[in-house]
Ligand binder design. Structure first.
Ligand code: ARG
Length: 463
């Protein structure tokens, strides 16, 4: 067994159990690209500042390129005994280039190294997820545009409430996902700062240039304070929160698609690509995909709670507890990106049963509020009195076994003679849906306006 390269004081070989607990290589190997990129930028800066010679830099750069290639080809397997990705890359580099490799860690610690690697990973995925959200929103708006005239019963408490249209409903989700997308971009902007050069906790006496490495790695500038920077994991917490909230939205949409694809609703039919059968009931077509999306939301919440809990008692600066930051983030990022891709495909390919939606509007007296509004507006009644009269109208409709929108002027007048034919016309579901012309309302014209606003926002977006 080779002596630990990072330990001058520990002579005994680590116990197998310590390695199992301590080694992060099994998961932080996912950061190999970031680690090599960060190391290259650091080495180049060391050369520019005269801290290492141009010859040593050349050897390091050549060696790192070879390590990268060996990892990608599988020639250097990251399954070994190294403690983490940083030690693995440095060890292999030194095997390849000798002495020069041992100079790479000048003015650097694994504390700033892991902080910069992980931050680059998270920032990259902030943008990747934003781009996938953009695609999903575009798909939702496309569907919404096609259905601004498709009547849909709007619900509260999952009970029929007022007529809306499918385009309006889908636009509500597009608005939610817009907030999500903006959260990822906000997080990207806020956290786009480089911790490289903070070293262990306090900076370094070497004449380094943090501005240079920050620029080289695509950061806006270096972080302010080294003590904070090596222990800050807010960027990771933010992506976990952003993903958890986005998954909550995905889960709500999934729940509706599950309900809508039941025989009770029959509003949509998911493509056979996105449904599975039952092993025993030959007639079944199950909405496994939206169920899984709803289920995966649980793990996204779990990952957020786990890291919040890891961080809560940590004194400054770096503590090994922080190594627990990665697996949850990797898991949430994988879950988020897969969920977005699947959801978009499902939305694109689902079939909408507009007749079933419109037929459902004939149940539940969706236009009752319109009659009350009319009595207030045209007959000058106080709203509460109008409300009670309409209650009686609904009772009468129930006795007649029909929906309020199907009542004749005579039937309406038999409940209250102030109700005229003009009022009767307002009880039509489409008229009611189009009557809600207040800003943000359900009228087809207002729905189209909302869609247009979201489309222009999407077009101006740079992700
Ligand atoms: N594997 C470690 C992590 O993920 C790298 C930093 C180790 N630093 C240290 N001082 N032991 O956090």
């Amino acid at each position: 067994m080779s002596k630990k390269i990072a330990s001058a004081r520990i002579s005994a070989e680590s116990s197998a159990l310590l390695k199992e607990l301590n080694n992060s290589l099994p998961f932080d190997k996912a950061l190999y690209r970031e680690d090599i990129r960060g190391s290259l930028a650091h080495a180049e800066m060391l050369k520019e500042q005269g801290i290492i010679t141009p010859e040593d830099y050349a050897a390091i750069a050549r060696g790192l390129a070879q390590v990268l290639e060996e990892i990608e080809s599988g020639a250097f397997s990251l399954e070994g005994d190294d403690e983490d990705i940083h030690m693995a890359v440095e060890r292999r580099l030194t095997e390849i280039v000798g002495e020069a490799g041992k100079r790479l860690h000048t003015a650097r610690s694994r504390n700033d190294q892991v902080a910069v690697d992980f931050r680059m990973y998270v920032l990259r995925h902030d943008l990747e997820i934003a781009a996938l959200l953009r695609e999903l929103i575009a798909s939702l708006l496309e569907k919404a545009k096609a259905h601004t005239e498709t009547l849909l019963p709007g619900m509260t408490h999952l009970q029929h409430a007022q007529p809306t249209n499918l385009g309006y409903h889908l636009t509500a989700y597009a608005a939610m996902f817009r907030r999500d997308l903006e959260r990822f971009l906000d997080s990207y902007e806020r956290n786009n700062l480089s911790p490289l050069g903070c070293a262990a906790l306090a900076g370094t006496p070497h004449p380094i240039d943090r501005q240079r490495t920050a620029r080289e790695l695509g950061f806006r500038e270096p972080t302010l304070n080294c003590l904070d920077s090596v222990s800050d994991r807010d960027f990771a917490l933010e992506i976990l929160f952003n993903i958890a909230t986005m998954m909550m939205h995905i889960s709500r949409l999934s729940e509706e698609l599950i309900l809508w694809s039941t025989s009770e609703f029959g509003f949509v039919r998911l493509s056979d690509k996105h449904a599975t059968g039952s092993s025993i009931m030959p007639q079944k077509k199950n909405p496994d995909i939206p169920e899984l999306l709803r289920g995966k939301t649980g793990r996204a919440y779990g990952n957020l709670m786990a890291l919040l809990t890891v961080m809560k008692g940590l004194p400054l600066a770096y503590n090994k507890d922080t190594q627990e930051d990665k697996e949850g983030v990797f898991d949430s990022v994988r879950t988020a990106e897969l969920s977005l891709r699947v959801l978009r495909e499902m939305i694109d390919e689902m079939a909408v049963n507009t007749e079933a939606m419109e037929a459902a509007c004939m149940k539940g007296h969706l236009t009752a509020t319109d009659l009350a509004d009319w009595l207030v507006r045209e007959a000058g009644l106080p709203f509460r009195d109008a409300y009670h009269i309409v209650g009686n109208v609904v009772n009468r409709a129930e006795e007649l076994g029909k929906d309020i929108s199907r009542m004749t002027p005579e039937e309406l007048r038999s409940v209250d003679e102030r109700i005229t034919a003009e009022a009767c016309a307002l009880l039509d579901n489409r008229v009611s849906m189009n009557a809600r012309i207040s800003e943000g309302g359900t009228a087809s014209a207002r729905t189209r306006e909302q869609i247009e606003r979201l489309v222009s926002w999407l077009e101006a977006l740079k992700v």
